[in-house]
Write a protein that binds this ligand. Sequence first.
Ligand code: ASP
Ligand code: MG
Length: 455
Amino acid sequence: MSLVVAKFGGTSVADYQAMNRCADIVLGNPATRLVVVSASSGVTNLLVELSQADMGDERRLKLLKEIATIQYAILDKLGRPADVAAALDALLSRMATLSARLLQAPSHAMVDEILSLGEQCSSALFAAVLRERGAKASAFDVRQVMRTDSHFGKAEPQIAELKRLATEKLQPLLEQQLLVTQGFIGADADGRTTTLGRGGSDYSAALLAEALEADAVEIWTDVEGIYTTDPRLAPNARPIAEISFNEAAEMATFGAKVLHPATILPAVRQQIQVFVGSSRAPEKGGTWIRHQVEDEPVFRAVAVRRDQTLLNLHSLQMLHAQGFLAETFAVLARHKISVDLITTSEVNVSLTLDKTGSDSAGKGLLTEALLQELSQNCRVRVEDKLALVAIIGNKIATTAGICRRVFEVLEPHNVRMICQGASPHNLCVLVSEAEAGDVVAALHRNLFEGAQDAA
Ligand code: ASP
Ligand code: MG
């Protein structure tokens, strides 16, 4: 029997009406048997605020009320069926208790417990919407199967354990009914609640699809798939019907943050096709991400990643020496930092830090402790307010004439760093945040709107 996992993002489950549009999608495809939801739009942000330990009681109560208002608005439209009303009341009262306790004794574990409540509320409500529409559906607590390590705020899923637990506890239930489960959250081996980092629900859906050997995972959001670039930056941006895993992986954070970058990993491992579309306008189609695609153009998309930090490391010790990079990377790894781009000269190394999926509480990556440790080996300079512009495509490193078309656009801009050659699928430039929009628009015009590209 074929199995599709459908994931709905925060705006897709924002209110009763939005949830009903999602129900249309789920019930329209009999293969869709597992639904993964984000918290209703805005709720995770409110929970992040609620888990700030230095907040006054007045603010805390106001936040609790705001969250309750969003969730009860959905419940009230459902006509308050007793089972889900009791479940929602229990979740909201747990939110109140935990947030009060957090003021006394804050802990990372408790923060994750609080953050997880958004998805717990939305999954209970969405299962009730599906039942109201006549489906046999229940909410399923994903913590029974989504086993992670204990790195609260950005926990690592444990793939083998997840597969074992999903086969044992989830698979048999799926044969009997539709299940609605939570994205973003998991539990460690001791049963403590963890979260996968902001935006982690897409990743959850792909992980569950992998564990269940599903045929496809659908990511329903508020944009109609992946575009050649962010349409807000270039109004002539076009939707992409089909894109390969390799290109998609290189896009890291896609243009308009369509998909959490880690989503692609489980899909590639298990060769599961991924669909991205809008739950508001499913008839408009979307983008399929597949192992093999028909068309492999040189230029596929221009993506931008803002809020980039560049670390410049300078040391004469690097001159004809070995091991400097190994040591630097060991320090970064100890601080759980993933490096994005890197360029080197004889006595300098420049690198940008991968900020995607920074932890659930949104804390910065560059801590004093890290800078101090790095400074023991070299002089460290930090530059921020930068943006990374990536040109994504195929055979970029082996097609003549690409640099000319890119660099003529960049002429008026200061390019802080260029990375090309490592991947056949991308060419990246680092520019100031302020210029990024213009650079993207100009690149799109030159690479996608020129006479030879007009499809
Ligand atoms: N609700 C979580 C967040 O807002 C996870 C997600 O939506 O993917 O980050
Ligand atoms: Mg999201």
